[in-house]
Ligand binder design. Structure first.
Ligand code: NAI
Ligand code: F6P
Length: 377
């Protein structure tokens, strides 16, 4: 069996690629990072270290293609693949779409494309980008043959620094949930992949707990000058606020999806334990990366804060403080952080927030964030 995986980064090598290989797939990584691709092809194997133990997994039977240099090779790999996955980041899905379209349009057999990104509806979004580049005949072929099932992926994989470029250290915990609704042909059989009929409760619980809590630690931590998530979480004031933010997002999840308060609290506690893992050094700048995306209307901060107001009628004080801290976020190495600062310079922080979160002056959340901005200023 052959898999093509776009993005040989942290999640690509440390999570999806490792599971695909274990399930018996030869995995071809497609990436634009030449050093990574060369190393994959030179070695044909890499190590995944499990944080907190001496255990590691040797991932073999892998190869790589540099998509900026070898487009025809990528197209060929797509036409031969039994499964296609991505972990490139939400903003890159539109960039890989034209090449993906070229390969998918040549297929006569069914295949599934699973976007493993931190976003709701990632695979469907990728499908729409792919179809944007297809003519009528290509679109018809792709609609008939290609499934784009949505997925949720959860495993903390920090940025890496090892003597071997390919080695990747991951937390032992992982969850990969794929929705069956849009699968074409046979369901993929990958140990560690859970198939569900309705992904919504899984993706929302994950995005609005793991990612909301992580973002809270990152933005509050950065605001107070902490370097890593662990350092931020060891600050009692931040720990209290992260728990507060998760109580607010949790209240919505419990109402909407019927999780019991006890089971949801256990889920939160497990996640807090994961953030405190002493064997993973995760920089607040990695977790806070892309603040404009993270302040978007459907993402991990604004969506739960707005829904908390709607479902409980109460003020989302903790989430609003995290949003305010995010509006103070600064990192000159992060393109979105630079843009956010420019926008805040032009419109003021509240103005920038309204534009990014697509909220009007009258939106109740805007008023709460305004108060929190005054307190942080
Ligand atoms: N790192 C983590 O703990 C987790 C990350 N995710 C999600 O997984 C996705 C990937 O994240 P990471 O692996 O952390 O990022 P990463 O930055 O380590 O990996 C992304 C890879 O995509 C490659 N890439 C960029 N442009 C490309 C293009 N045009 N074609 C092919 N490859 C391209 C990059 O060179 C890089 O190797 C994101 O959506 C992230 O939200 C989800 C769960 C956990
Ligand atoms: O990958 P993103 O969406 O930029 O956000 C970082 C977040 O994603 C993760 O990498 C994995 O869920 C978390 O570590 C963190 O919450």
């Amino acid at each position: 069996m052959k898999a093509v995986h776009f993005g040989a980064g942290n999640i690509g090598r440390g999570f999806i690629g490792a599971l695909l290989t274990k399930a018996g797939y030869h995995t071809t990584f497609v990436d634009v990072n030449d050093a990574l691709i060369q190393a994959i092809n030179d070695k044909g194997t890499y190590e995944v270290q499990l944080a907190g133990s001496d255990d590691s997994i040797q991932v073999s039977d892998v190869s790589g293609i540099n998509s900026s240099k070898e487009k025809e090779a990528v197209i060929k790999a797509i036409t031969e693949a039994d499964l296609i996955t991505t972990a490139v980041g939400p903003a890159i899905l539109s960039i890989i779409a034209p090449l993906l379209k070229d390969g998918l349009a040549l297929r006569s057999e069914e295949v599934n494309v699973i976007a493993c990104e931190n976003m709701i509806g990632g695979s469907e979004q990728l499908k729409s980008y792919v179809l944007d580049h297809a003519d009528e005949a290509e679109a018809s072929t792709i609609q008939s043959n290609v499934g784009f099932p949505n997925a949720a992926v959860d495993r903390i994989v920090p940025d890496q620094s090892h003597a071997d470029l390919l080695t990747v250290k991951v937390e032992p915990y992982f969850e990969w949930v794929v929705e069956t609704a849009h699968i074409k042909g046979q369901e993929p059989k990958v140990e560690g992949m859970t198939l569900v009929e309705d992904l919504t409760p899984y993706i929302e619980r994950k995005l609005f707990t793991v990612n909301t809590g992580h973002a809270a630690a990152a933005y509050l931590g950065r605001y107070k000058g902490h370097k890593t998530i662990k350092q931020a979480m060891d600050d009692q004031d931040i720990l209290t606020k992260v728990n507060g933010a998760l109580k607010e997002s949790g209240a919505v999840l419990i109402e909407k999806y019927g999780f019991t308060p006890d089971e949801h609290q256990k889920y939160i506690d497990t996640i807090i334990g994961r953030f405190l893992n002493p064997d993973l050094s995760d920089e607040v700048t990695r977790v806070g990366r892309g603040p404009i995306r993270k302040l978007g209307p459907k993402d991990r901060l604004v969506r739960p804060a707005s829904e908390y107001m709607k479902w409980t009628g109460k003020s989302p004080d903790y989430l609003a403080e995290v949003i305010a801290a995010a509006l103070f976020y600064s990192n000159e190495a992060d393109e979105e952080a630079v843009k956010l600062e420019e926008k805040a310079g032009q419109l003021g922080r509240l103005g920038a927030f309204k534009e990014i979160a697509e909220l009007s002056d009258e939106a109740p959340l805007v008023q709460v964030v305004e108060e929190k901005l005054k307190q942080l200023a």
